[in-house]
Design a binder for this molecule. Structure first.
Ligand SMILES: Cc1ncc(C[n+]2csc(CCO)c2C)c(N)n1
Length: 225
């Protein structure tokens, strides 16, 4: 099987993630700042847990090449992506210590601990199936938004978010990650128990991404920012 089989098997859930109202409001530039700030703070906490999940991938790797690949992801997350997130958040008035002090919201705990638990219980392929919707989804969102003529480019307060994920650098690293997942999936039959279990993992993580967007939108209702 290939990564596209994972998407095809949960197309409805995938579309709900990729086309979520939060994403559409980012594209239009209309998202309430309360919602965006809540998302940014939770995303900081999310990224820290994500680095732990890639650290687990070093532990679960079967080959030296895979250990090095996972180490590279840990390094990129801790020293580049999270650092970039922190300096980006400063433009929105959020400091690193503010974000460290923030409580993890239920959706942040649910998603990240699901990924970690899947990796702890399962093998390296299970772990990567749980990690996959993150970069594959954001890459598709970035491509969609940059190709869509309705995306507001001028005067959109969220344009830097859009150009980050639509940009060549992110697209390339996501494509590499997807190629790696294809290598891991190559010997697994889609119809097998194993294949079906991987679909279930991928679908659950996809639903968690949707819940993460929704958590951002809900911040407007809860007045908890
Ligand atoms: C909720 C949430 N989901 C996905 C991403 C995107 N993302 C996070 S880490 C990473 C690279 C490692 O695979 C990518 C693409 C995000 N920021 N927040």
């Amino acid at each position: 099987m290939k990564h596209q089989d994972l998407i095809n098997a949960c197309q409805q859930d995938w579309d709900a993630y990729i086309q979520h109202s939060f994403v559409q409001q980012l594209a239009k530039g209309t998202l309430a700042h309360t919602c965006y700030l809540h998302y940014l703070k939770q995303d900081f906490l999310f990224l820290k847990q994500y680095a732990r999940a890639y650290a687990l991938a070093i532990y679960k790797a079967n080959t030296l090449a895979d250990m090095r690949g996972a180490l590279l992801s840990v390094n990129t997350l801790l020293n580049s992506e999270i650092s970039h997130h922190v300096s980006y958040c400063a433009n929105w008035g959020l400091t690193e210590s503010d974000m460290e002090a923030e409580d993890e919201d239920a959706g942040t705990v649910a998603y990240t601990r699901y990924v970690l638990d899947t990796g702890i219980k399962g093998d390296i392929v299970d772990l990567y199936a749980a990690l996959a919707p993150c970069s594959m989804g954001y890459a598709e969102i970035g491509r969609n938004l940059s190709a869509d003529e309705n995306t507001k480019l001028q005067g959109n307060p969220f344009i830097d978010w859009i150009t980050l994920y639509a940009g060549e650098k992110f697209q390339q690293s996501a494509a590499q990650g997807t190629a790696h997942i294809d290598t891991l999936l190559a010997e697994i039959d889609l119809e097998s128990q194993r294949g079906q279990n991987l679909i279930k993992i991928f679908r659950t993580a996809t639903r968690m991404e949707t819940a993460f967007w929704q958590q951002g939108l809900n911040a407007a209702l809860e007045n908890n920012v």
